[in-house]
Design a protein around this ligand. Structure first.
Ligand code: 13P
Length: 254
């Protein structure tokens, strides 16, 4: 449940899915969202980089935002295959996901690397969505709070604000599995993240949105959004199906 002043954000992470035909999904989203609804919830789609331009064109004139899924920390240079925050911003992206657990697991991203990327996002005027989350083993060992607090403490740049930073709590074991933590477990982690943010950035912590991600579906969205300190959702699989994503957005609108 988001507090007054924090607009809910529902973000779709398409991961490595979507050819040009997927633009129709963004058009369906645009057609399915009234301006009244978009006044009450921020909606973001993060398609693969190859589709960012066409998605930006498809949402032109609406409040739906488009974002990247990853970035290189540097603005430019000899980094074959990489994309900088400036390049994303140049295409019209407004957000970028930083440190998703799939990047951490398959591309060896570290907390320091996440910090550098978050700084890169801010440099280019993008809002960075910094992802944190524990593995199944870490949860079973009772280390969840230690893990996510450390990821946050290293990842979040000094002076972060609600305008340039969003946090996403995504338990690794809940991603793509249909499993979710209990509302009480999510409340505990989000409260702990909010408290840690307070240590890092003071009163501004109240303005930073903390999303929950991991098997968010239309059927559980209402229950998840009702949890204290949950300010929105980062949605994988269900963001690929217009009807499902619209269902989730409706559940999160305030
Ligand atoms: P799912 O919604 O498919 O579980 O994915 C969550 C996620 O990783 C979003 O970034």
């Amino acid at each position: 449940m988001t507090m007054a002043g924090r607009r809910p954000l529902v973000a779709g992470n398409w991961k490595m899915n979507g050819l040009r035909g997927a633009i129709a999904m963004v058009e369906a989203l645009r057609n399915g969202l009234s301006t009244d609804l978009l006044d009450r919830v921020d909606v973001l789609v993060c398609p693969p980089s190859t589709l960012i331009s066409s998605c930006v064109a498809a949402v032109y004139g609406s409040r739906i935002a488009i974002g990247g899924q990853n970035l290189h920390a540097k603005p430019n240079g000899a980094f074959t295959g990489s994309i900088s925050a400036e390049m994303l911003a140049d295409l019209g992206a407004k957000y970028v996901i930083v440190g998703h657990s799939e990047r951490r697991a398959y591309h060896h991203e570290t907390d320091d690397g996440v910090h550098a990327k978050a700084l890169g996002a801010r440099r280019a005027g993008l809002c960075g969505i910094i992802c944190v989350g524990e593995t199944k083993e870490e949860r079973e060992e009772g280390r969840t709070l230690d893990i996510v607090r450390a990821q946050l403490a290293i990842g979040v740049p000094k002076g972060a604000t609600g305008a340039d930073t969003v946090i996403a709590y995504e338990p690794v074991w809940a991603i793509g599995t249909g499993l979710t933590p209990t509302p009480a477990d999510i409340a505990e982690v989000h409260a702990s993240l909010r408290e840690m943010l307070g240590q890092l950035i003071g009163a501004e912590a109240q303005n930073v949105r903390i999303l929950y991600g991991g098997s968010v579906k239309p059927g559980n969205a209402r229950e998840l959004m009702a949890v204290e300190n949950v300010d929105g959702a980062l949605v994988g699989g269900a963001s690929l199906v217009a009807e499902d994503f619209l269902g989730i957005i409706n559940a999160y609108a305030r």
